[in-house]
Each structure stands twice: as C-alpha cells, then as structure tokens.
Unconditional design. Sequence first.
Lengths: 148, 438
Amino acid sequence: MSRFLRLLPSVLSGALVGVCFFTFHFAEGLSYFSNDPNACANCHVMREYLDSWQKSSHHGHAVCNDCHSPHAVVPKLWTKADNGWNHSVKFTLQSFGDPLRIRAVNTERLRENCVRCHEALVEDIRHAPGPELDCVHCHAGVGHGPRR
Amino acid sequence: MKSSRWIYLGLSGAVALATFLATALLMNIRQRKQEAGQRYVEIARLTEDTVDPVEWGKNFPREYDGYKRTVDIERTKYGGSEAFSKLERDPRLKRIFAGYAFELDYREDRGHAYSLKDQDETERVKQRPQTGSCLHCHASLLPAWRKLGGGDVIKGFELMCPMPYAEARKLVTHPIACLDCHDPKTMQIRVTRPGFLNGIRALKKSQGIDNYDPNTMATRQEMRSFVCGQCHVEYYFAAPHKRVTYPWAKGLKVEEIESYYDELKFSDWKHAETGAGVLKAQHPEFEMWSQGVHARSGVACADCHMPYMRSGALKISDHHVRSPLLNIERACLGCHPFPAGEMKARVEIIQDRNAKLLGRAEDALVALYDEVKAARAAGAGDDRLGETWRLQRRAQWRADFVNAENSMGFHAPQEAARILAEAIDYARQGQLAARRAR
C-alpha cells in the first residue's frame, strides 16, 4: 500500500506530462517554430489576414515572418513568444476587440523589416529630420491586398 | 513525517490543477478546430415554404441570434430603433403633411423583427383604408404570394396588392425574415421583391441594359446592397391595381424620380392648407446611398449595417441589422483606421449640419403655407395659385426626400445638402409667387 502511494506522484505527473505533450501536438505547436505562413492561421482569427496576404503584391517575395518578425534568431524567438502568448491567451478567453489592431512594438518591428529590404530606395528619406516615417501609413495595401 | 504529508498533498493538488487546465485547453482547441472546419449542420430541412425563422435558426444559430436582437430599442442622436413620434419632435411636420395619413402618426421605425407588428399598429393603417400592397415590405410572404397566384409569385403579388389590408393580412404570419433574402437551398442572397425586380429592370434599361435580372447578373457585392434595396427605397402604388412600383425608369436622383412622377401627373395627396398636389417621399435610403462616396467606393449596405464579426473561430455577417453608430468598431474601423470616438464625431458633424439645413427647409415650407393663407384671405383663388403650387410641390418633395431618408444626410452628405438648398430656394420662390397672386 505505502509502496503504491510512493509511486502515485510519478504516475500522476507522467499523466500530466502526457496530456501536455498531446495538447502541444494537437495544437500543432511545432509549426510555430517554422516559417510557414499557414502556421499563423492555426489560430483561426488570422485566416482573413492570410487570405489577404495571398492577394497582395508582396506574397511572392515575403512570408509573414519576413515582415512581422526580426531576422536574428533570439529576437525572432522572443517576438514569437511575446505575440504567441498574447494571441493564445486572448483567443482562448475570447477577450479581444474587433477590429484587430497592430501594437506599437509590432509596428516598429514591421517598419524595420520594410527598411531591411528597401534600404537602398528609402535611405534618403530616412535621414530627414523628425521621427521615422511609418511606411504602411501610405503603403497600406502592399502586405494585405485590398481591404475587403 | 507530517510536513512531508503536506508536501505530498500539495503536489497532488497542483498536478491535478495543471492536468485540469491542460485538458480544458485541449478541449477548447478542439472546439475551435471543429468550428473552423464546419459551416453548418443541417437539422431542419429548409424549403421555399419555410417562413418561420426559428426553423432557419436551427441550422444557423449564430445568424439567428443576431436576427432576434433586432427587437432592441436603441437611440442614436437622430434615429435608432425606438418608435418615438416624429410629429411631436418636429411639429412643423403636422402642417407639412396636412390632409395626409402621416399627420396622424409618423414614428421612427423599429427593427426588422417588428416590421409586421408596427404595420398593424400604425394609425395610418387603423384610421385610413390601406391595401395588401403594404405587406410587400412588411411581411415574409413568398409562400403566400405563390399560393395566391396558383404557383406564380408575381401573379400572387399582383393579386394581393389591391386586396383590403385586413384580408391580405390574414395570409401572412411573420415579419421580414430569412426567406426574403436567402435561397433556402444554397443560402445565396437573392432578391425576391417584384417591386425591386421591376424597378431595377427599368433603371438598367434607362442605362442601356435590357432585361436586367439581379439574381443572375449582379455581383455578390452589388447583391449585398440590392437585398436591402428591395424595401429601403422610394415607391408608390401604381393605379389602378395599387401595384407597388419603384419610380426608377429615369434614374435614382431626386429630380429624376420627380420628373417620372410629373410625367404621370401623379400626386400622393392634395395639401390641405394650400390645395397643391404634392408628393410623399417614402424612405429612399437606396437612392440616397447610391449618390454618396461609400457607394462610389463599392461599400455595400451590409458592410456597415451587417458588418463581419467573429464568433469563436468563425467569421459571420452580423444579422443584428442596426444603425452603424451603435456598432462603430465593426462598422467603420475595418476600413477607417481611427478611434471610434473620432468616427462618431465625423458622422455627427454631417448629421448636425444636415439637421440644421433640413430645419431651414421646413421653416421655408411653413412660411410658404402662411403666405398662401394670406393670399387667399386677400381674395386669391385657385386659378391664381398654379405657379405657387408647382413650386411647393418641388420644395416639399425635396425636403421630404431628405427627411424621410433614414440617415440624416449621412448616406450622401453633399447630395442631401444640394437637395435641401433647392428645397429652400423653391419654397422661398413659392412664397414670392403667392405674394404676387394677391
């Protein structure tokens, strides 16, 4: 009896670890480490953004991560963890507002990626005095196609 | 020994809680995946005779939930869905509609769910004889028309129009509902109202397109306005069979509709104060919207009045049809990247300006009536009032076109201002003509 009781914690923890692994697998957790745009639409809310990206001028040149994540490994993983945590909490609890709005920190990450590819073109305007210009303020349709 | 027991219990509790949460998350993910994978489960078998929205709700609970919410009673600054009396809010209207049923009862309209009940209860129907024509837009009545016409919907419509209201009312049971805009087999949106089908055919013919049929020739985005334009339009009951008719054969603009009526020598009633034959505008939302910047940009009625919303993993269109001012986040911000307060302020600036202009137009009309009264007191007979009547008809039609249109100018701000400027001008010209008639 007492021997069984001593084993019980490891049995229970084993069950928990199993459930967690299965949940991670079922939620396609590994896909979030990839560059596949379809992974972003695992969270069903992103469906229309994936669709509109496919209709945009950039879809042949850049996937979600190219614009929305930094490219160095650690900042990239940090960005995924930061947004992934926010998105999964809000989607699971259904506690987000409509329409979705990009956060300031993500706008900055996005802008850095615009410049990363288009630096030769925008070098001169970037050196104008004042705050950095937000590219998508004017070029709103380049990443996500027509609005509706 | 004792402390190790507590650790043991605590650990078990923690593992139990963690397992509980992990399983809950797992089930939640499963539910969302299921939602995303399925469009609908067919529980009720829907046919062309399924009028009752409850049946449709069994297959489409999310949309039905929205539809049921159209019973809400809400106010916006100028409109909403509360049946307040427009006559009490603006006593000038009693004089403007003198001699017509609208001087008895004129209220703000409520949601789709009330469309039949409110028609039954208005004093315009209770105190004045009306016909089955009214039901064209107040009831869900395709099966009733089909039955009446021996299988032919259009024939049933033509037979119902001249029937006394009480008699036709017995043939229908539900207010505007699912069947009126959706094909029960495919759920495609569709146009079912003969008034609209005939009207849009005449309009397209004037633009050089023969035999236009929206159900086969319109784009999906056009249909998302046409379904609303089935009823939210200017119409009249054409003699001799009281047939519901949309006066669009010359175009949708206020003066094009007016010239259509002028050619027919049609008047809704004879104004009791002046004796002029005048027109009553109904609710020309479709016509006004078509002159505005949103229509020009390809924005449909449903984009703002039934905007897309999320329901779990699904995206549906909100069937709680209502004023976008009560749902600014979804209605406006999907296209306009500004805070909700800013969008509300923009709309209200437009509406405030329109309301002020409309007030001036009504003042001008009332001044015209007073001038006619004075002219009559000075001995002017009908034979000398022809020019005044002609101008009153123009002014009255324009002021009412903007007043009856349920957006307080928002659907096409500049067009509404143009119409009201003309209304004021015609009313003041009429006033001068009445003075000359003394």
